[in-house]
Ligand binder design. Structure first.
Ligand code: SF4
Length: 341
């Protein structure tokens, strides 16, 4: 554990920047005090971001606008293992927000140390989120990360204990704020005063809070000890059907998903492609036995709205096999297999 009382603060800080309303306003408050800030933004497989929109792009835009460096930190296996076994449990779905915040703060702190910065800044607001932004949760994050006194939350600073940079006069506590609760009016007014207008919707969250996504991730954790990263990425795409404890099918819902399944699954799953009817692409995770060869082509017939019979090409281990499906899967069978909330 760091002996925080003995630490001498400097004017260098690292900010956990999502590019959303709160972190944007908190960043501006701190930059106005002459602090040299480097931003970090985390990219996880569960970000809601896509190529054009999302926190990574917002953080990039904001850091460019304010002229500060931005470090993108990609988190994958270590982060996923934390999600599989969270020490402090899940929120409503598969979101272990407390463990997640501890993880992100720890990674940001490692970066902070590596560049000679002495404290972290976040856009957290006391009482805004039920799991990770309560007073006891913030204290826990400070303790668990070994950063007690070194995490400055400018939006709520005046209702929290003074941090080391405040105590040592690096940051002027009187110019920080005392915002609490879920409302965003004060932050919006400040954003307007700072001419920050282009921030994303403050709803927040990540895919782990989404009921349909969470159930697919839980299914994967329940049935697989190991996984490829492509399998995690595939959870965003297609219909997922649990056919047996050791067999899952992923079926495209449109052209775009078919392309994505084909490109992601080829590294980890056998592919099923309709041969003489128009239908979706399917991929299979697990045991490729006779059952898989029977059921998955019938699923493709069902979603291809074909009465059958039809043939499907199974691409596996560099070879091709022609399979025949006589009739589509019934609604009852489908309902039994579907993985959904
Ligand atoms: S909503 Fe998702 S990204 Fe945000 S703290 Fe919770 S688990 Fe982490």
């Amino acid at each position: 554990m760091l002996k925080t009382e003995a630490l001498v603060m400097n004017k260098k800080a690292v900010m956990l920047l999502s590019g959303g309303l709160d972190s944007s306003v908190a960043l501006k408050l701190i930059l106005d005090q002459g602090i040299e800030v480097t931003a970090v933004n985390f990219r996880s497989p569960f970000c809601c971001c896509n190529r054009k929109n999302g926190c990574g792009n917002e953080a990039l835009r904001l850091s460019k606008e304010l002229g500060i460096p931005l470090k993108m930190i990609r988190v994958d296996r270590e982060y996923i293992e934390m999600i599989r076994n969270p020490r402090y449990g899940y929120g409503k779905r598969m979101n272990p927000c407390l463990d997640c915040r501890i993880f992100m703060h720890t990674k940001a702190a490692e970066y902070m140390e590596s560049i000679g910065a002495t404290f972290l800044i976040t856009g957290e607001v006391l009482g805004q989120r039920p799991m990770s932004q309560r007073r006891d949760a913030m204290n826990l994050i400070d303790r668990e990360t070994g950063l007690k006194g070194r995490i400055l939350r400018p939006l709520s600073a005046q209702v929290l204990k003074p941090t080391l940079p405040e105590q040592q006069g690096i940051v002027d506590r009187d110019r920080l704020l005392a915002i609490t609760g879920r409302g965003r009016k004060k932050q919006m007014a400040l954003a307007e005063a700072f001419s920050i207008s282009d921030y994303p919707c403050p709803a927040g969250g990540c895919l782990l809070t989404d009921a349909n996504f969470a159930v697919k991730l839980k299914d994967l954790f329940d049935h697989q000890d190991t996984y490829e990263m492509a399998e995690i990425r595939l959870l965003r795409t297609g219909r997922h059907l649990r056919i047996a404890p050791d067999l899952k099918a992923v079926i495209g819902r449109n052209e775009q998903e078919n392309i994505r399944i084909e490109s992601l699954a080829k590294t980890c799953y056998p592919l099923f492609i309709p041969r003489d009817f128009t239908g979706p692409i399917g991929a299979a995770a697990g045991k490729m036995d006779e059952r898989a060869r029977d059921v998955i082509p019938r699923i493709l017939l069902r979603y291809g709205r074909s009465e059958g019979p039809g043939t499907v090409v199974l691409h596996m281990n560099g070879s091709e096999e022609i399979l025949t499906a006589v009739a589509p899967l019934t609604e009852e069978e489908l309902a039994r297999y579907r993985i959904r909330a």
